[in-house]
Design a binder for this molecule. Sequence first.
Ligand SMILES: NC(=O)c1ccc[n+]([C@@H]2O[C@H](COP(=O)([O-])OP(=O)(O)OC[C@H]3O[C@@H](n4cnc5c(N)ncnc54)[C@H](OP(=O)(O)O)[C@@H]3O)[C@@H](O)[C@H]2O)c1
Length: 343
Amino acid sequence: MKTMNIILMGYGRVGQAFVRLVQEKQEDCREKYNLRLHLMAVFNSRGGLFLAQDDKDRNLLADFEPGSNPEKSVFWRPDLALAEALKSFDAGVWVDCTPSNLKDGEPGLGYMRRALDAGWHVVTANKGPLVVDFGGLWKKARIKRLSLGMSGAAAAALPTLDVALKALAGAEILGFEGILNGTTNYILTRMGKGMGYGEALREAQQKGIAEPNPSQDVDGWDTAAKILIITNAIFHTGYTLADVRVEGISHVRPGLFLEARKTGRKIKLIGRFIQRPRGPLLETRIAQLDSSHPLFGVDGARKGVTFFTDSMDSVTVTGGKSDLRGAAAALLKDIINISEGQI
Ligand SMILES: NC(=O)c1ccc[n+]([C@@H]2O[C@H](COP(=O)([O-])OP(=O)(O)OC[C@H]3O[C@@H](n4cnc5c(N)ncnc54)[C@H](OP(=O)(O)O)[C@@H]3O)[C@@H](O)[C@H]2O)c1
């Protein structure tokens, strides 16, 4: 049986969902993948849960109740530093669930570099480090023959990179476009039914779909970050957010929805990468889709992506749960695929 040691950085909404899911799925992982998941340390911003040398054979998955206050646990160490955790155990996978900071990538970026330097694979839900230094992190991982699992940061439960890098292997990807943000798609879907922007946003917040501060979503930055990560991962490019033309949804006038309805169209926030004669274009933009468009039926908090290829035509994937459990599942998927040598 293979063992994968896990250090989890960030024990907020996604981090807790991840621990819950791994607890639920650990027996499945043993049976189906011959894989033992061994949670050794869990950090928040004030310290961490940590299995000391004497407790190394224990597993936080068994000894810690998700949702309970980690700081009340016997394993809590307020002075715990990442460097100590990284060197205390055989290298496994370091999981990043810290906040996405698209400006300088911190705190995740510094941690991520340290984890790779120490020989740990990385799996991340955090877009920030990948947006700020995709090339540097990719190179570091390649040199050390480590994996960088990015599904959690690239539309999570909607398979984007798996499709592009595995299912479309051998085909040239000419471009792609997607509805990659469940929050904005939910709001636009409700507006398409006649609701105002403010009311649709409030409803999304009440349902836990939109965050209390929704600006990263509604201003288009979350979609921009995702197309950037997907583009850089597929084409090995080094684009940054400055290369993306970004449009959000908060300015869309209600009249546009009326016009769209009359002509049987829908208003969507599309993120896309296309090749043009004068060079590639990365953008997020408000688009009117007619019923022949493959993403026309992607409504509510659902997501979807279409890849355009030279030899497999266009390939569209839709769905994938747009919630915390879906995000946690994307992290677990990457860990399993790393253990199988597939990332
Ligand atoms: N929400 C989703 O559906 C979703 C989906 C895909 C990806 N993501 C991404 O997943 C990540 C986590 O999201 P979330 O909603 O779980 O965020 P969250 O609830 O704000 O949790 C963030 C966690 O990171 C910890 N943290 C903050 N600064 C830290 C530092 N310097 N060192 C160590 N830990 C630190 C926080 O500690 P404290 O508890 O001490 O504050 C908290 O435990 C984000 O990057 C987000 O973009 C979210």
